[in-house]
Design a protein around this ligand. Sequence first.
Ligand code: OOG
Ligand code: NI
Length: 469
Amino acid sequence: MSFRAHWQLRAEFARRLSAMYGDEVPAYNTLVDVSTAVNEDHLRNKGAEAERLGSISRVTAERHGAIRVGSPQEMSQVARVFAAFGMHPVGFYDLRDASKSSVPVVSTAFRPVEPDELAKNPFRVFTSMLAADDPRFFSPELQEQLRDFIGARTLFPEELLELADQAAEHGGLEGGDAERLLELATAAFKLSDDPVDYAWYKKLEAVSAVASDIGGVTSTHINHLTPRVLDIDDLYARMEAQGITMIDEIQGPPRWDGPDILLRQTSFRALSEDRIFRFEDGTVGPGELRVRFGEVEQRGIALTPTGRDLYDRMVAETDRRLAAGEGNGVRVDVARGVWEENLPRTEKELALQKLAYFTFTVDGDALGSHYGDSLRGGTVSLTELIEKGVAVPEPIVYEDFLPRSAAGIFQSNLTDDGSRDDAQTGTDYDIDVMSTIVGRPVADPAELYQRQQDASIAALAEDLGTTVE
Ligand code: OOG
Ligand code: NI
């Protein structure tokens, strides 16, 4: 067998995780089948327009996973594993305050960062770390017990970490080593059948079902794997028609007749799964846990920091109107109204107002009719080029996550609010602290999109033989 580069390892890793998870959670296979059908129909109905935010082959193969670890040490180890697959930490999400119930985690996402790597295979994993030192959730005694329990387990065997380091260093691995890396990495995320200590699990569950899922067991597992669809409303309706109960709403932006922005997500509720427990009297027996769920997403255009501010204001305005009793309490209807009042209806307008990120292509006809050859050697503004239709904006897809949706997804699958003592002060986490924990810099998503847009503008200027400002 020959050398396998990062992207080849990543594509195979995603494929194996998907097969494993499909065996573990058969409803996931239904979700994938329905997603594929939705995408095919969307393509049939919309033609080339359907592929504006990603080719059908990329979108159909596209997944994100979610995993949860228990300590900074485990976070740094999982970062080494993902580096083997060309997946790097991007973005910081603090979910502790993003919802009213107890979600005691801070997160980042591991994903390819270069546009060509994303195009080859965009597999990403939303990775959460239990904030086991946050006194709002965990008493000093529980913090210590958690540290001991988590410190005593091994999620990622030494052999896996060593192979991963080699893959990171050499840009991939040769045949036998590549195969072993894939085997070990996939196995590390398999649901374990080791008995779960019932009393310990329940003690943590009283604080948060997320805490028990992370710190109450001796291994980690994929929480969900998420396919991408081109029409999430259609997907939602088809899943319900199949008798699968979805959470009440689609999270994130509403459906409207302007450009799709950021990320829309929904999920079906966590399903009961058989697990083995060890009870306090020493007996071992079967039981059920309900922690893993199915999620699906539709991706839209990445927003600039200005666009993101507008988005956050629109979300706040939606909340305000809902609280005031507008729209019969139906969030998406209220949100649609807010969107229509505030967000430009065309990609061109989004680009002109610098609200979203784009790459640009040249429209030769528009160039000829507006400028002839007169641009060569001169200076022109990007705004003018866009206005005249010479620079045609092509959307840059949002590759990241939304903290409020993430918290909503966690939360909608909890049966209990858990407990949080807001009289205590929470531990400080931010992107820099996360970088130290992960052991490598956590990239700012906006910088990555900006870099891609800048490169495209530079290429445009080169093409036109002019300075574009
Ligand atoms: C992660 C929840 C967040 C998303 O897509 O926003 C998430 C988890 O449940 O571990 O996956
Ligand atoms: Ni997810």
